[in-house]
Design a protein around this ligand. Structure first.
Ligand SMILES: *Cc1c(COP(=O)(O)O)cnc(C)c1O
Length: 387
């Protein structure tokens, strides 16, 4: 063969690393273009086939491995990755709802999901109705002939009501309606979404699966192949893809997820128990505590709780005072999201977010990270003194 020009040498090399390399980490495959061995295999390639490769957007060994592992952990058969938790929610809604359809969402739903539902209602001919998360079997009365999808969140990630999942799912299935569960709070560990009746489990991998506050990603997990294929069509048409390095970070996070989740859980229960006996706090909205609406459902259906909970301050404290409390915390960052190693605190104007919310006290949400619990409690104590 004639010697190639330096320009071609820079781009093409015949060197192949020796076969036989093995290691525990999943290899990171970067690819937009996927190479076919000949035209015939290009022509016969099908993006739906997860035993083969067609284009970076439709899967690489790295993303297929992450999908398979997430499906296995959640107890499902199929998984699709999206570039954020919210993108995963959008993919589900756009796959299953069309003009003329109706969707039911809990009042305490993740707020961007509410925002998307409102958009579908204002511009795309879908009706979106909101139900009391404690409705249980009463959801049956809300189901209309055109209701296609019921969203659930267990628990709501600000006000923490735990829904009666088996009752909601039984009513939905009696009417042929699909149930999607946002299982981010329990990370697919403390609540088994399919065991309580969900048809579709969505997770924001941004939280515990990544565990490092450094990745945005979402997953949609199903058991039923036909249902997966409907959502996969939405995944393809919307161009949902994730970066190889991000997929690797989540794969790496999964190995320690249970240990981290249990440590967050133990720390959060200690901090919540300490807050519960403080005179400044009227209620602790933590599913493992009796104050929390749906505590009985949590006890029946869940095996743990993780690090996220909220408290309500005594209504004699003004927002100015509780803001001063949050600002005075030194070990808690002020920021959205959770599931990382760093503790966070965030005030919410819950009265404006929820129609019919009774309690006038200011709500502050805590994400308990992996710092020493005694240090976190001491920090909260000094900040309470600044109220
Ligand atoms: C964070 C979160 C999401 C969205 O995840 P992003 O990756 O931030 O888009 C969805 N649902 C719940 C309950 C969440 O906490």
């Amino acid at each position: 063969m004639t010697k190639k020009s330096i320009q071609t040498q820079l781009i093409r090399s015949d060197y192949r690393a020796p076969a036989g390399f093995d290691a525990y980490p999943t290899a990171i495959h970067h690819a937009s273009t996927v190479l076919f061995k000949d035209v015939a295999s290009m022509r016969s390639g099908d993006w739906k086939n997860k035993n083969a490769y067609t284009y970076g957007l439709h899967g690489t060994p790295t993303t297929f491995t992450l999908e398979a592992r997430l499906a296995e952990i959640e107890g499902g058969n199929h998984c699709l990755l999206a570039p954020s938790g919210l993108a995963a929610i959008a993919m589900i809604n756009l796959a299953l709802l069309k003009s003329g359809d109706d969707v039911l969402l809990p009042e305490n739903v993740y707020n961007p999901n509410r925002e998307l539902a409102r958009w579908l209602a204002s511009d795309f001919g879908v009706t979106a109705r909101f139900y009391d998360p404690m409705v249980g079997a009463g959801i049956l009365e809300l189901i209309q002939p055109n209701t296609r999808l019921i969203w659930t969140e267990a628990p709501g990630s600000v006000s923490m009501e735990v829904p009666d999942m088996p009752a909601i799912c039984a009513a939905a299935h009696a009417r042929g309606v699909l149930v999607a569960l946002d299982n981010t709070w329990a990370a697919g560990l403390a609540l088994r979404g399919f065991d309580v009746g969900a048809d579709i489990v969505m997770q924001a991998l941004t939280k515990y699966q990544s565990g490092g506050s450094d990745v945005l990603m979402g997953a949609v997990i199903t058991r039923d192949r036909a249902l997966n294929d409907r959502i996969a069509a939405s995944h393809m048409r919307l161009g949902m893809g994730v970066g190889a390095d991000d997929a690797y970070l989540v794969l790496r996070g999964l190995e320690t997820m249970k240990l981290r989740f249990d440590a967050h859980d133990a720390g959060a229960r200690k901090v919540a128990a300490w807050l519960k006996q403080r005179p400044e706090i009227t209620r602790v909205l933590h599913p493992a505590f009796e104050d929390c609406p749906g505590h009985a459902a949590w006890k029946r259906d869940f095996t743990g709780a993780g690090g996220l909970f909220s408290v309500l301050f005594d209504p004699t404290y003004t927002e100015e005072q509780t803001d001063r409390f949050v600002d005075a915390l030194t070990l808690f960052g002020i920021g959205y999201s959770w599931g990382g190693t760093h503790s966070l605190a965030l005030p919410y104007r819950i009265q404006g977010m929820r129609s019919g919310w009774q309690d006038p006290g200011i709500l502050v949400r805590f994400n308990i990270g992996l710092e020493g619990t005694e240090d976190l409690i001491a920090d909260i104590e000094q900040a309470l003194a600044r109220l």
